[in-house]
Ligand binder design. Structure first.
Ligand code: ATP
Ligand code: MG
Length: 560
C-alpha cells in the first residue's frame, strides 16, 4: 500500500477498506469509463485520481473502458487524446483497453434473455410519446400499447430492429418494470435504440445500440469490477443497475455502484459536449487552447500533472455538491511555480528612462540570481545602460502615488538588482504624451543601501534599451463571466469577450530565453505572474526574435 496524504482519504476508501477486511472482495477493481466524444477535462481528472488512485493504494486494478455505444460522437482522435492524458497524469490502466462495443454481441444476448423472461419488449411509440407516457414525479406513468406483446412477437421485432427493419426512432427495446414506480428511472427504461451511423470502431455492423443504463452494469460485471464509481446524477439509476444485473443472472460477482459529487468549478464548463460547442463557435482555438479546462489545455497553459492531482486530492470526494473556487486550482500550480520558476525582468508597457549622469555609450554587466531563494538555480547577466525601459505604470506624474512605491519627479526608487535612480524631469511631445523620463543615478548604490542612510521605498524592474528582446505577453482571463454556469440557460451568453488580452513589450536579453534548447520554458515576471515561454513561430525570419510569455497564473489570488 502506498502512503496516502490525509486529505486523499474519503468515504469510498473506507468502504473498500471494509470490503477487503471482511473478505467480501479479494482485490479491488475499479474502472474509468469515458465516452470518446471529446477531450478529458478537469472533472475527469477527479474521477481518474479516484479510480486509479484507489487501485494503486490497495494494490488493485483499474480498467480503462471506452463507453463507445454512441456511434455518432466517437472518434479515434478523442480516444487517443484520452489515453495520452491519463498517462500524462501518471496513471496506467490494467491490461488491455476495453470498449463497451467489445461486448456488443454479449449485450445483445442478454437483451434476448430479458425478452425471454418477459422482462423486455419492443416499443413502437415515438420518442415523444414515450416521454409523455412516462409521467412525472407527481403523476404515475401509463403503459405503452405495445407492452403486452408476446415473447415470440418481441423476439421477432427485436431481431427485425437488429436487421435494419425499422427506421431510426420508430422502435426501441424497453425493460418491462413498473410504469407507476416512484422512481422514473424504473418506468420501463429504454435498453436499445436504433442508430444508422457509422461507428468509428465497428463501422456499420450494428444499427442498434445499447443505452448507458443497460450496457454499463453488464460491462462492469463482465470485467469483474468490484466498485463502480460514478457521479451523483446516477444515484437514481443504481436501482436499475442492480435490477439489470439481477435479472440477466450474471455469474460473476455483482459489482456495487457508489456515487460521489461531480466537480463543479467556478467560471468553468465541465462537459465535453459544451466544450465542443466553444470550439465549433470559434470561441477558443481547439481542445488544447490554454483557456480550456481540458487536461490538454491546462498542460499547454503550464499546469503540471502533479498540480492537477494535488488539486483533485485537496478538493476531496464527497456526496456534497459544491462549486469549487478557481483559486483552489491556481494555488496548486502556484506553489510549484514559486519554487521552480526562474525570475526574468520584463516590461509590459514600456517607457524610456535616460540616465543623465552616465555617458551615452555606458553599458554595464550585472550578475543577478535566477531565483531569490535557490542559489542552485544559478545566476545570469543583465545589462545596465544609459537608456533603459521601465513599466509606465511604475511612474506617476503626480506625487499622490508616492505611497504606492512609484517613481515620481524628485523621488528615488530602486531598480531591481541595480542602482537607485531619481526622476529629474520629463520629455513630452506636442500632444502632451510622455516620451521619456530623465533620471540621475547614485553610482554607490549597486545592490547597496545609500551610505547616508536615506530610506528608499519601492523596487521596480527594468530592461536595457540597448539590448532587449521583443516580447508578446498573453494574459488569460476566465472564459466565462458567470461563476455558476450550471444555473444558466445558455452558457454561450456568458462568454467573456476578454478571455485573452495581448500586449507588446520587452524582456531582458537573456540568452537562455532565446536558446533553441528551450533552457527556460517557464518563469516569473515580478508582479505580473508566472508565464510559459515560447519562441514566436511567425517571427523566425525577422531580425529581432520575439518571445511569447503566456500567463499561467498571477502571483497571488486577485482580490475581488
Ligand atoms: P461529459 O459531459 O464531459 O462528457 P460525462 O460524465 O458524460 O461528462 P464521461 O466521458 O462519460 O463524461 O465520463 C467518464 C467518467 O468521468 C464518468 O465516470 C464520470 O462520472 C466522470 N466525470 C465526468 N465529469 C465529471 C466531473 N465534472 N466530476 C467528476 N467526475 C466526472
Ligand atoms: Mg457523456
Amino acid at each position: 500500500m502506498k502512503v496516502l496524504k490525509n486529505f486523499q482519504f474519503n468515504f469510498i476508501y473506507n468502504i473498500i477498506y471494509k470490503d477487503l477486511q471482511s473478505k467480501k472482495i479479494k482485490q479491488v477493481h475499479t474502472r474509468f469509463p469515458p465516452e470518446p466524444n471529446g477531450y478529458l477535462h478537469i472533472g475527469h481528472a477527479k474521477a481518474i485520481c479516484l479510480n486509479f488512485g484507489i487501485a494503486q493504494y490497495y494494490n488493485g486494478k483499474c480498467n480503462l473502458r471506452f463507453d463507445d455505444t454512441n456511434p455518432e460522437t466517437g472518434r479515434i482522435e478523442y480516444r487517443e487524446s484520452i489515453k495520452n492524458d491519463i498517462k500524462w497524469l501518471g496513471f496506467m490502466w490494467d491490461g488491455n483497453i476495453h470498449y463497451t462495443t467489445d461486448y456488443i454481441e454479449e449485450l445483445y444476448n442478454y437483451a434476448i434473455k430479458l425478452i425471454n423472461k418477459g422482462l423486455a419488449y419492443v416499443d413502437e411509440l415515438s420518442m415523444d410519446d414515450i416521454k409523455k407516457y412516462r409521467g412525472t414525479l407527481k403523476k404515475s406513468g401509463k403503459n405503452s400499447p405495445y407492452r403486452s406483446r408476446s415473447i415470440k412477437e418481441n423476439l421477432f421485432q427485436f431481431s427485425k430492429m437488429r436487421d435494419g427493419g425499422f427506421t431510426e426512432g420508430s422502435a426501441c427495446l424497453r425493460a418491462k418494470i413498473d410504469m407507476s414506480s416512484h422512481s422514473i428511472v424504473m418506468r420501463d427504461p429504454v435498453l436499445y435504440r436504433i442508430k444508422y451511423a457509422t461507428h468509428y470502431r465497428i463501422g456499420n455492423s450494428w444499427c442498434i445500440y445499447p443505452t448507458y443504463d443497460f450496457s454499463h452494469c453488464i460491462a462492469d460485471a463482465i470485467e469483474g469490477i468490484t466498485h463502480s464509481l460514478c457521479t451523483l446524477e446516477f444515484q437514481e439509476n443504481r436501482t436499475l443497475y442492480n435490477w439489470i444485473l439481477n435479472n440477466i443472472d450474471i455469474t460473476t460477482t455483482h459489482p456495487a455502484q457508489y456515487e460521489f459529487s461531480r466537480l463543479n468549478l467556478a467560471y468553468t464548463i465541465t462537459s465535453k459536449r459544451k466544450l465542443n460547442i466553444l470550439i465549433k463557435n470559434n470561441i477558443v482555438e481547439g481542445w488544447d487552447d490554454p483557456r480550456m479546462p481540458t487536461i490538454s489545455g491546462l498542460r499547454r497553459r503550464g499546469y503540471t500533472a502533479e498540480s492537477i492531482k494535488e488539486f483533485c486530492y485537496r478538493i476531496g470526494i464527497s456526496k456534497q455538491d459544491s462549486l469549487i473556487k478557481l483559486s483552489f486550482l491556481e494555488a496548486c500550480i502556484r506553489s510549484y511555480l514559486n519554487k521552480s520558476a526562474p525570475r526574468i525582468m520584463a516590461v509590459i508597457n514600456p517607457i524610456k528612462i535616460i540616465i543623465t549622469n552616465l555617458p551615452q555609450e555606458h553599458t554595464e554587466n550585472i550578475r543577478v540570481p535566477n531565483h531569490p531563494n535557490s542559489p542552485d538555480m544559478g545566476t545570469r547577466i543583465v545589462i545596465f545602460s544609459k537608456e533603459i525601459f521601465i513599466n509606465k505604470n511604475d511612474f506617476s506624474e503626480t506625487a499622490l502615488h508616492t505611497t504606492l512605491h512609484k517613481l515620481t519627479i524628485g523621488k528615488e526608487i530602486r531598480l531591481r538588482h541595480s542602482y537607485i535612480i531619481k526622476a529629474e524631469y520629463l520629455e513630452k511631445d506636442t500632444f502632451g504624451n510622455l516620451i521619456c523620463i530623465y533620471c540621475s543615478y547614485d553610482p554607490s548604490t549597486l545592490n547597496k543601501h545609500p551610505k547616508d542612510g536615506r530610506k528608499i521605498t519601492g523596487v521596480i524592474q527594468w530592461v536595457s534599451a540597448y539590448k532587449y528582446i521583443n516580447t508578446e505577453f498573453r494574459f488569460y482571463n476566465n472564459l466565462f463571466l458567470h461563476s455558476n454556469l450550471s444555473t444558466v440557460k445558455d452558457f454561450l451568453h456568458h462568454v467573456n469577450p476578454n478571455s485573452i488580452i495581448t500586449y507588446k513589450g520587452f524582456s531582458e536579453n537573456n540568452e537562455e530565453l532565446l536558446s533553441d534548447k528551450k533552457l527556460i520554458n517557464l518563469c516569473q515576471i515580478e508582479r505580473e505572474g508566472y508565464f510559459t515561454v515560447e519562441k514566436s513561430q511567425k517571427n523566425t525570419k525577422t531580425i529581432t526574435p520575439t518571445i511569447i510569455f503566456s500567463r499561467i497564473v498571477t502571483l497571488k489570488t486577485p482580490k475581488l
